[in-house]
Design a protein around this ligand. Structure first.
Ligand SMILES: Cc1ncc(COP(=O)(O)O)c(C=O)c1O
Length: 363
């Protein structure tokens, strides 16, 4: 509907209804994800851009604190910003950092544990303008950084904490998994995707910023030809001016699923991941992660076996799984995140995986 209707959600004058629908969706999202109800939100294309948008607000805030106006003056001669990330930060986070002039090589990397979670006790001492990028949901293990602990340390030293929760932020929406996201609400900004666990059409990323003024200041736009407005103009909170009214789809998914429907969707996928892990483990294959969410990392023996089995599963076609590297070894990555996946699909996929593995792995 959003595509056919073809509304421009950037400006209230262009589409009052699209803007209103997004405002309602934003309020519901903050509620369901247990984030501060007064946070600002931005509907963007994906988590890469949601990280970018959040980090633009972070960059503004930490430099404004030391009297530097980065939007006017850029980073030329600016006080340096220390950017701290976990060793297991998602590759796209580094792209967001480099697009903001923060560089992807000059970051300080914090060591991680066997689930890819940042070890909070190994955070460096924090001095001056600092942004810490945490992760809710490692793309391989599904592990969560200890975000509450990081926030306590960071905030005591005046640093900004960002959460990349592309899929993992949705753990907050289900009672059985919410403990994984403990402390997430203490952060300053959050990025997630609508096109992952909420299952809305691509492209749909979401950025939330505790202090709306930081986001507005980072992305402020003035143009004589645009209508003056005293109300919230979405384009003051996103990198784009014109854009698709993707919030309509988010609104519709939230409206039809409700809190219990979202909790059920997330929980079901997590249980399916556990079933995959149990089935593969029972057949003698090694599960390399603690299956706490919807991710399973499995090894079929050695590199050659993994390569053959993954190629075989992709060729066989019941389900699709890709290769990965986890804690120094090759593996196959299973990610269960579709509303349409049924228990029967999981059993069929598991049976097909086991058959292929038995047939092609190196004995
Ligand atoms: C943790 C994490 N961050 C960022 C991204 C990038 O998301 P997108 O493809 O929506 O830009 C992903 C994608 O899988 C992810 O898992």
């Amino acid at each position: 509907m959003a595509g056919t209707w073809d509304q421009n959600a950037g400006l209230k004058a262009a589409s009052p209804i699209a803007v209103k629908v997004e405002e309602v969706a934003l309020r519901w999202l903050l509620d369901v994800l247990k984030l501060p109800s007064t946070a600002a939100g931005a509907f963007v294309t994906g988590a890469t851009m949601a990280n970018f948008t959040s980090l633009a607000a972070a960059r503004h805030a930490v430099l404004a604190k030391v009297g530097w106006d980065v939007e006017s003056n850029g980073l030329f001669g600016a006080p340096p910003i220390t950017v701290i990330v976990g060793e297991e930060a998602h590759p796209t986070l580094f792209r967001s950092l480099s697009m903001l002039g923060l560089g992807h090589q000059r970051v300080v990397k914090v060591p991680v544990d066997d689930q890819g979670r940042m070890i909070a006790s190994q955070l460096p001492e924090i001095n001056g303008p600092t942004i810490i990028c945490t992760q809710a949901g490692n793309v391989n293990s599904g592990g969560f950084d200890p975000i509450g602990e990081v926030c306590a340390k960071a905030h005591a030293a005046g640093a900004w904490v960002h959460v990349d929760g592309a899929f993992g932020l949705w753990a907050s929406a289900t009672p059985n998994r919410a403990h994984l996201a403990a402390g997430v609400g203490d952060a300053d900004s959050w990025a997630t995707d609508g096109h992952k666990w909420l299952n809305v059409p691509y492209d749909s990323g979401l950025a939330f910023i505790r202090d709306p003024e930081s986001l507005r200041s980072a992305l402020r736009l003035t143009a004589a030809y645009l209508p003056e407005s005293t109300s919230r103009e979405p384009s003051q909170f996103t990198p784009e001016l014109s854009r698709r009214a993707r919030g309509i789809e988010v609104w519709a998914a939230l409206r039809s699923l409700g809190r219990s429907g979202i909790a059920d969707l997330v929980e079901r996928n997590c249980q399916y991941a556990t079933r995959f892990a149990e089935g593969l483990s029972a057949a003698g294959y090694t599960i390399l992660n603690d299956v706490v969410l919807n991710q399973v990392v499995v090894s079929f023996g050695n590199d050659e076996s993994n390569r053959r089995v993954i190629a075989g599963i992709q060729q066989e076609g019941t389900s699709w799984c890709g290769p990965t590297h986890w804690r120094g070894q090759s593996a196959m990555r299973i990610s269960v995140s579709s509303w349409a996946t049924t228990a029967e699909d999981v059993e069929q996929s598991l049976a097909a995986m086991l058959e292929v593995a038995e047939e092609v792995r190196v004995p």
